[in-house]
Design a protein around this ligand. Structure first.
Ligand code: KG4
Ligand code: ZN
Length: 335
């Protein structure tokens, strides 16, 4: 079965074709970074309009890349939410219309479930059950995963998501959008321990997070010091290390609480090199294994949507003719 996946939840138009027998056959991404850069963040209306321009050409390019015809496609999967409502609407309308024209089933996919399932595209994939840490621009959560669609929330952020905290702190340091990767790059030349940021909520029991205090701490440090290049790098380093230490502590706690030895890290921030290295090293000390999608499947992509669509369509699931994107959609509602 060939499944076409359509992702338009935010600032990437991404299309992929996944085959149950042959794996990923096409993978096309168009990033809107240059469009939003001058505004310092995503402008929803511009994002929607650009998805309108790019979705169909990328679908044509994906069919060419996979060397297949529309008649080879057996189902269409698209991101139904959560995300920017106008952007979601574009992908959903195109995907649902194509499925109708081609007389094949369509299915709306949960964006966070798709991020999580991206780890299953790797040859070395985890067995269920496992704990997942989702760290994206809009979400930060720990969940216990018994199988596809079987999620139990263990903890979540009470305020900012990790990616959001990276982006806001990067902005304070005058870094260009998207801030996360820029801050991580700057942190590499930072001097460790010149600044010490708090590790929020680690002394309280439970698995919830709070990252808005880190941003406030960054504001205070920025106001106190002359922001030369080295000082900015030192602040970036201290911020990144505080985030990583906090995530490591909570992941260890979640694994102990569930008696699990596998952790899947997903979402845009899972592309962070230091997070990947340090989490793997620290959890190995506790005989736990960390699984990540490869870098290109960490941030938004169509492969994760096509693959999750394939799994759900193969179980006989599909949607009716309605198009109902959801800007907000808690992952555990799928259970
Ligand atoms: O999952 P994603 O691509 O989009 C959402 O669904 O939100 O995540 C985007 C977030 C942004 O906040 C971006 O700054 C962050 O992931 N990000 C990173 C890195 N790469 C992307 N944060 C830290 N280090 C990175 N290398
Ligand atoms: Zn995402």
């Amino acid at each position: 079965m060939y499944v076409l996946g359509v992702e338009t939840s935010c600032d990437e138009t991404a299309i992929a074709i996944y085959s149950g027998d042959r794996g990923l056959l096409a993978h096309q991404i168009y990033s809107q970074i240059s469009l939003h850069a001058e505004y310092g963040g995503v402008v929803p209306e511009l994002a929607s309009r650009d998805h309108v321009r790019k979705t169909m050409p990328l679908i044509a390019a994906s069919l060419a890349e996979a060397k297949c015809q529309p008649s080879d496609i057996a189902g269409v999967a698209y991101t139904r939410g959560p995300g920017l409502i106008g952007a979601l609407m574009v992908g959903a309308s195109v995907a649902r219309s194509l499925a109708f024209a081609w007389q094949i089933p369509a299915i709306g996919i949960h964006h966070i479930e798709a991020h999580l399932m991206a780890a299953m595209l790797e040859p070395n994939k985890p067995e269920y059950p496992f704990v997942t840490l989702i760290v994206s621009g809009g979400h930060t959560m720990l969940a216990y995963v018994r199988g596809l669609g079987k999620y139990e929330l263990l903890g979540e952020t009470l305020d900012d998501a990790v990616g959001e905290a990276f982006d806001k702190t990067a902005k304070l340091l005058g870094l260009p959008y998207p801030g996360g990767p820029a801050l991580a790059a700057l942190a590499e030349s930072g001097v460790a321990k010149r600044f010490i940021f708090p590790r929020p909520m680690v002394n309280r029991p439970g698995l919830d997070f709070s990252f808005s205090g880190l941003k406030t701490h960054a504001v205070n440090v920025c106001n106190e010091y002359q922001l030369d290049h080295q000082t900015k790098a030192d602040i970036a380093h201290a911020f990144e290390q505080a985030v990583i230490d906090t995530l490591v502590i909570k992941c260890k706690r979640a694994l102990a609480q569930t008696s699990c030895h596998s952790l899947v890290v997903a979402g845009g921030v899972s592309a962070n090199k230091q997070l990947r290295l340090q989490l793997a090293a620290k959890l190995a000390e506790h005989s736990a294994t960390v699984y990540y999608p490869r870098l290109e499947y960490c941030t938004d992509n169509g492969a994760m949507v096509a693959y999750t669509g394939f799994l759900r369509l193969a179980r006989g699931e599909h949607d009716d003719l309605s198009i109902m994107p959801r800007a907000r959609w808690p992952l555990c509602e799928l259970t």
